[in-house]
Design a protein around this ligand. Structure first.
Ligand SMILES: *Cc1c(COP(=O)(O)O)cnc(C)c1O
Length: 367
């Protein structure tokens, strides 16, 4: 079976460096924060082109603590999309705020900036722009709305480590950028991890306090916090993999280009890419009308497929009753939910395997 993603293949590709990194931490005697975490934070900030990077325990926590550091909490509304990983919406709720969900642009699957103003109320405090599947959102349009209305702008970069918008890495465009190091993400740990990047020293300092009980200088607190630290073993592993991220992303883009070229002649709708971005293809998501039959056919041919995501947030149990849908509705989101399908893409996928995927899709449409 050709899997959708393969964290095992990624581990094997970096095995020696990963084992070396783990061993270094074991022998260092420092098992919470310390040098390994600081070095990785510095390297990641430099990579993103931001002054500061503060690591936390997961991508979800990056969003939760980031929102809190921006002063967002109970009584505040935060605008984002329903077409995203549920973690985006879970984080807004965990920060105590109320998610307001707007539609996506049907061609790019990212937030429709034109729908944001219709969703604003006196309580709106922020926008979370999700760079879904690895493609940067139309940040100029979203930032214009944010600045016109004095809103904070958060980039959910969990699926887009290394992507560029008009030449700049994502994460440094808004007030904060939040990353996940979940094993299948473009920069994946051997477990959980997350990061907040920002140009603002004050915000960075607030997140450093929030991630450790509220501790400031001399372990005195200035307010309450949680325990959400990046493990030094994960930091050392991630630091050893960061230099390969651009190469891994280029490999993902090459596979996507191979798929695009082959599928052009078929009824499958391939991803649209904005002319001013560098898409890093966390996922390769196409759209088709007869998805269940398509997936079953590919499964029988040994090709795993997925759906990201089968149910938008406003249809999810436990969430539906806690969110507000923007007045314009979620027509594009709901139409996509029934048609999207994800095909295998990861840096270690070989050309021969990509060709097997293509052959299976071709056979489906020939049948
Ligand atoms: C993975 C992901 C998250 C959450 O990251 P975790 O590290 O799993 O907590 C948030 N937003 C998006 C868009 C994601 O894909």
């Amino acid at each position: 079976m050709i899997p959708l993603a393969s964290p095992l293949a990624q581990y094997r590709a970096h095995g020696e460096a990963i084992r070396h990194a783990i061993h270094r931490v074991l022998e260092s005697g420092t098992y919470i924060l310390g040098r390994e975490v600081e070095q990785f934070e510095r390297a990641f900030a430099d990579y993103c082109g931001t002054a500061h990077a503060v690591s936390v325990a997961s991508g979800t926590d990056a969003l939760v603590l980031g929102l809190k550091a921006l002063g967002i909490g109970p009584g505040d509304e935060v605008i984002t999309v329903s077409h995203t990983a549920i973690a985006t919406v879970a984080a807004i709720l965990a920060a105590g705020a109320d998610p307001v969900l707007v539609d996506v642009e049907p061609d790019y699957f990212t937030i429709d900036a034109g729908a944001i103003e219709g969703a604003l109320t006196g309580q709106t405090k922020a926008i979370v722009a999700v760079h879904l599947y690895g493609q940067p959102t139309d940040m100029e349009a979203v930032a214009a709305v944010a600045s016109r209305h004095g809103l904070r702008l958060i980039e959910d970069c969990a699926q887009a480590a290394g992507a560029r918008y008009r030449g700049n890495r994502v994460g440094g465009i808004g007030d904060i950028g939040c990353f996940s190091f979940y094993p299948t993400k473009n920069l994946g740990a051997i477990g959980d991890g997350g990061m907040v990047v920002t140009k603002d020293a004050g915000i960075a300092g607030d997140i450093r306090r929030l991630r450790q009980y509220g501790w400031g200088e001399g372990r005195e607190t200035a307010g309450i916090g949680v325990n959400s630290r990046l493990d030094p073993i994960q930091a050392a592993i991630l630091g050893s993999k960061l230099p390969s991220l651009d190469q891994d992303n280029a490999r993902r883009a090459a596979i996507a280009a191979r798929y695009d070229a082959a599928f052009r002649e078929m009824p499958l709708v391939t991803p649209q890419v904005r002319p001013d971005v560098e898409h890093v293809y966390h996922l390769y998501v196409a759209a088709c009308d007869d998805r269940d039959r398509f997936r079953e056919f590919l499964r029988k041919r040994g090709v795993e497929t997925g759906i990201h995501y089968p149910k938008p947030a406003h249809w999810q149990k436990g969430y539906a009753e806690r969110i507000r849908v923007a007045p314009g509705g979620l027509g594009a989101t709901e139409r996509l939910a029934g048609r999207i399908v994800s095909l295998p893409i990861y840096p270690e996928l070989t050309d021969a395997e990509a060709d097997e995927v293509i052959a299976a899709v071709r056979a489906y449409y020939a049948a």
